[in-house]
Ligand binder design. Structure first.
Ligand code: AR6
Length: 231
């Protein structure tokens, strides 16, 4: 029998010709007909120095676990450059496991400009946050807080003051935020991943038993929070 993934692939064939698959035209995006989409960066693998190989394994495993719960929603893993090692690893592992490429795909771009730069409308984006839920600090956290403007910090503060590794907090973006107006992002989900960088809080000292458990918890909580938002 033909799976719904195969049928979706056929519908999307035109848009899959480019390097970034699954992207509808900008016109489609503005009409609001896009499927609910979560864009997420690779949690913990840059500043937090988590093993790329182990993270890729966990990402694909958790994506696979949530496939059946997505309905028409999609998961998109994003990184800044075509040379991204983590993106390549995940792409290869997902292909090997035959994960439906219209429900999960990788995308190269700035997570704060997915619609305006890349023509990909993602109504929810994830942030690789710090435990204080503070702006700055570099990486994707600094980029998201900066692009969203001060209203994200305000709205975040009202939800939570801090985060423990493996946990998430979902924040609805105020309609005054440029990320809402320009990119059509309605929610930011802050995720605190496990930290393998001795210079950062909650350092795990290379304990990958605990680290992998926390990274699984982080993605599981992230995908669950996304599903709760779009349901
Ligand atoms: N768009 C898409 N992906 C990005 C962007 C962007 N604008 N910027 C970075 N990435 P990191 P972590 C990718 O270091 O390892 C912060 O200081 C990047 O290439 O942001 O979880 C926080 O405050 C990488 O693949 O997050 C925390 O203290 C991924 O995003 C700490 O870093 C995550 O890299 C969290 O460290």
């Amino acid at each position: 029998k033909e799976s719904s993934c195969t049928m979706l692939s056929n519908v999307n064939k035109e848009s899959e010709k480019g390097e970034n698959p699954g992207v509808g035209s900008l016109e489609n995006n503005i009409s609001g007909s896009d499927p609910p989409t979560l864009a997420f960066p690779s949690i913990s693998t840059s500043d937090f120095k988590f093993s790329h190989e182990k993270a890729a394994e966990i990402i694909v495993e958790m994506v696979e676990e949530f496939m059946d719960k997505l309905g028409n929603a999609r998961l998109v893993m994003v990184d800044l450059s075509h040379g991204s090692k983590i993106l390549s690893l995940v792409k290869a592992k997902a292909a090997k496991k035959n994960i439906c490429s219209t429900k999960f795909f990788t995308f190269v771009g700035d997570i704060t400009k997915l619609k305006s730069d890349g023509g990909l409308h993602c109504n929810v984006i994830a942030n690789a946050a710090n435990w204080r839920l503070k702006p700055g600090g570099g990486g994707v956290n600094a980029a998201i807080f900066s692009a969203a403007g001060p209203s994200l910090e305000e709205a975040t503060k009202q939800q939570a003051k801090s985060l423990r590794p493996g946990n998430v907090v979902a924040v609805q973006l105020p309609s005054t935020s440029p990320l809402f107006n320009r990119e059509g992002v309605t929610h930011v989900i802050h995720v605190l991943g496990p930290n393998m960088n001795p210079q950062r809080p909650n350092y795990l000292n290379n304990d990958y038993d605990e680290g992998c458990k926390l990274l699984r918890d982080a993605y599981s909580s992230l995908f669950q929070a996304f599903i709760s938002i779009v349901k």
